[in-house]
Unconditional design. Structure first.
Ligand code: GSH
Length: 228
């Protein structure tokens, strides 16, 4: 198989890339990497010494592609399918890139700060940094809630890159910082993301690993409607 994806089933950044692969039924070989195991992670470290996943290896084109956003752009160009992941017109494309950065920088990375704090050694936590991250996520939630009024998917057009970014970012962020009950648009958007078949499959495949996650995952898996 020409495409290999180095990944872990719990990894939010990997979820983002895998959603895009599933959207178009793009064939790929998933290579599950245990970063704590020298043998398991050797190939990934050889390709990308930072040892962050996802990393896509395309032997046919002799390309190594890191960063979930870039992987999605790469797939869109070289392995296109029915779901166009980036809009073709320039005006919509820059907006999609901007909102992809928004979800990565102000939801996803902030969520990782909070989750990461649970994994730090006792006494080495960063309570101040965690509070800052929560404030940023709350601001982002407010922006999403206002922005999603009248929209089905993030850009207001077809499902694509930004929705791939939003899915795992909101999934894990909602565990760390629950949505406000009044944030109807945000909650409904999150529900649509979770029932999209590509992401529902990613979540289903992650389920056996959720016990390794340091916070309770069940509320995010349940329907937002049920949790009201
Ligand atoms: N900006 C990167 C983030 C990659 C990243 O941080 N991946 C995490 C998993 S979500 C990882 O590799 N963590 C392992 C570690 O930091 O040791 C992307 O979007 O792909």
């Amino acid at each position: 198989m020409t495409l290999k994806l180095y990944y872990h089933p719990l990894s939010s950044s990997c979820h983002k890339a895998i959603i895009a692969l599933y959207e178009n039924g793009t064939p790929f070989e998933p290579i599950l990497v245990n970063l704590g195991d020298e043998e398991s992670s050797r190939e990934l470290r050889g390709l990308w010494p930072l040892a962050k996943f996802p990393v896509l290896r395309d032997d046919a084109r002799d390309c190594t592609v890191a960063e979930a956003t870039t992987i999605i752009e790469y797939l869109d160009v070289y392995y296109p399918g029915a779901t166009k992941l980036l809009p073709a017109d320039t005006q919509s494309a820059w907006q999609a890139r901007m909102w992809d950065r928004f979800y990565d920088n102000y939801v996803h990375i902030q969520m990782q700060k909070i989750v990461g704090d649970h994994l730090r050694p006792a006494g080495a936590g960063d309570a101040f940094g965690v509070e800052q991250a929560k404030t940023t996520i709350r601001t982002a939630y407010g922006m999403i809630d206002a922005r999603m009024a009248g929209k089905k998917w993030a850009t207001g057009g077809a499902y694509g890159l930004v929705d791939c970014a939003a899915s795992p970012a909101l999934f894990y962020a909602s565990i760390a910082v629950p949505f406000e009950p009044a944030q109807r648009q945000l909650r409904d958007y999150f529900e649509r993301l979770k029932t999209r078949p590509s992401y529902a499959r990613v979540l289903h495949e992650a389920e056996p690993y959720f016990n390794l996650f340091p916070m309770p995952v069940k509320p995010a898996l349940a329907s937002a409607r049920e949790s009201q």
